[in-house]
Design a protein around this ligand. Structure first.
Ligand SMILES: [Zn+2]
Length: 456
């Protein structure tokens, strides 16, 4: 089903109109206007739409169809701030084409993803006008870039008993060789701050002969948390980690790219002990990790200042595996500090909202999606058990019971959140074609699904 030139032109126009709205959630700007436009696009495509207030920006919901199979599509219309503006080649909120790419804030994240799916939907509906034999719930939020503060609450309230089969995640990736990647999971996150104060005010460093130093204490506390291989030494830390299923383990055992490439690309030089070309991909997919984000305190200016600082802080983040509850991990961390002589170190939770999830790659729709992606991108699709990063997918996976399905057009050099954010025109059009056929294929799947239910 090759999308017609009218469909492609309309998609380009829609994307350009959405990019032109500076819907920056960090500034609370343009969100109502953008929600309005998104709602209009959905309703003119046949969806029954509604809007609900969020903490910062409204939620837009579009629904259509009925049947035993439910597809949730999740996108967001808010974007990251455009700064620094002088590093953009053209104006950030003007969608411009250069060398086969479309540039603009939100071109990829997430307006391009949203528009490509919607254009695919239109192409599908241009040929299939019968009532849709499955249900689509399309949720487009305006607070993703500030951590989706009200998404969970909104879903609980608006969809108290809804179940769903699949959640088409807000984005998917295309690697640098053009292979589409289907993401099946995300890690959770716990971010904390440790504080230590050992005196009323900074002291003369000669007093270091008798008084302890808050930065020494923080350094010792932090070093007690992890070994050189990255293994976290907090008692009970790994107790709830879900063991990957056999298929996910097999997928992670065959890295789709080389460790050297990743090193080359990121400039990352120092590997954890035990990490090599055969283990790194499993670790990226499955292993929790602990990062020190920053140490602060004392004197960091030019030259020497011999001082015994009175206080210091360290910020840490844990990327958690599915099964690990961020709040429980924070409690274990507190206990670890208390049991190891650091009961004077304060602990503040900064973020404990995101739980890790990982769906089964054996779901039949995942295979169906992979085949269609291969066709449209003309490259083998990669099914990745989990992103190494985090995403707020657990409400969809836990509450709705949906299998996560992250397929999209975010390419390797998309410059998300940065100046010159862009997508490839080719990927945009591939994704429109993929979406059209995916919506169509779900009709057949849904028919099989309903027969199955009737047999039972
Ligand atoms: Zn983003």
């Amino acid at each position: 089903m090759r999308p017609s030139s009218e469909i492609l032109t309309a998609a380009r126009r829609d994307l350009s109109n959405l990019v032109a709205i500076p819907s920056v959630s960090a500034r609370g700007e343009g969100l109502e206007t953008c929600a309005q436009s998104v709602e209009k696009l959905l309703s003119s495509a046949g969806f029954k739409t509604e809007q609900h207030a969020g903490d910062v920006g409204p939620f837009v919901v579009g629904e259509i169809g009925d049947g035993p199979f439910t597809l949730i599509i999740y996108n967001h219309y808010d974007v990251q701030p455009e700064e620094p503006i002088d590093l953009w080649t053209a104006k950030p909120f003007d969608l411009v084409e250069r060398d086969g790419r479309l540039y603009g804030r939100g071109a990829a994240d997430d307006k391009g993803e949203f528009v490509s799916r919607l254009a695919g939907w239109r192409a599908f509906r241009a040929e299939h006008t019968k009532p849709l034999p499955y249900k689509i719930i399309w949720i487009v939020e305006g607070e993703e870039e500030i951590g989706s503060p009200s998404l969970n609450r909104f879903l609980e309230k608006r969809f108290p008993n809804t179940r769903a089969d699949l959640c088409w995640w807000e984005f998917g990736e295309v690697d640098k060789t053009g292979r589409p990647i289907i993401l099946m999971g995300f890690k959770g996150i716990l971010a904390v701050e440790l504080q230590c104060q050992t005196a009323r005010a900074d002291l003369h460093s000669s007093l270091g002969a008798i008084f302890d130093n808050p930065l020494w204490r923080l350094a010792a506390a932090v070093s007690s948390l992890r070994d050189a291989s990255g293994r976290i030494l907090i008692e009970g830390f790994y107790d709830d980690v879900f063991v990957p299923d056999a298929r996910s383990s097999r997928l992670a055992a065959w890295p789709p790219f080389a460790l050297e490439d990743l090193q080359e690309e990121t400039g990352g030089r120092k590997l954890l002990s035990g990490i090599d070309g055969s283990t790194f991909y499993e670790h990226l997919n499955f292993e929790p990790c602990l990062n020190v984000n920053g140490f602060h305190g004392g004197y960091g200016g030019e030259g020497a200042k011999t001082v015994l600082p009175c206080c210091g802080t360290a910020k840490l983040d844990f990327r958690l595996a599915p099964g690990q509850e961020p709040v429980k991990i924070a409690e274990l961390l507190r206990r670890h500090l208390d049991h190891n002589g650091f009961d004077d170190i304060g602990l503040t939770i900064l973020d404990a909202e995101v739980l890790g999830v990982r769906s089964s790659p054996s779901h039949p729709i995942v295979e169906l999606g992979a085949n269609l992606l291969e066709k449209w991108f003309d490259r083998p699709a990669i099914i990745q058990p989990s992103s190494a990063a985090s995403g707020l997918a657990h409400p969809f996976v836990h509450k709705f019971g949906a299998t996560l399905f992250g397929a999209g057009l975010t390419h390797h050099g998309a410059m998300l959140h940065s100046p010159d954010e862009n997508i490839l025109v080719e990927h945009f059009e591939n994704m429109i074609g993929f979406s059209a056929e995916f919506f169509e294929a779900l009709c057949d799947h849904s028919a099989v699904h309903s027969e199955g239910i009737m047999d039972a």
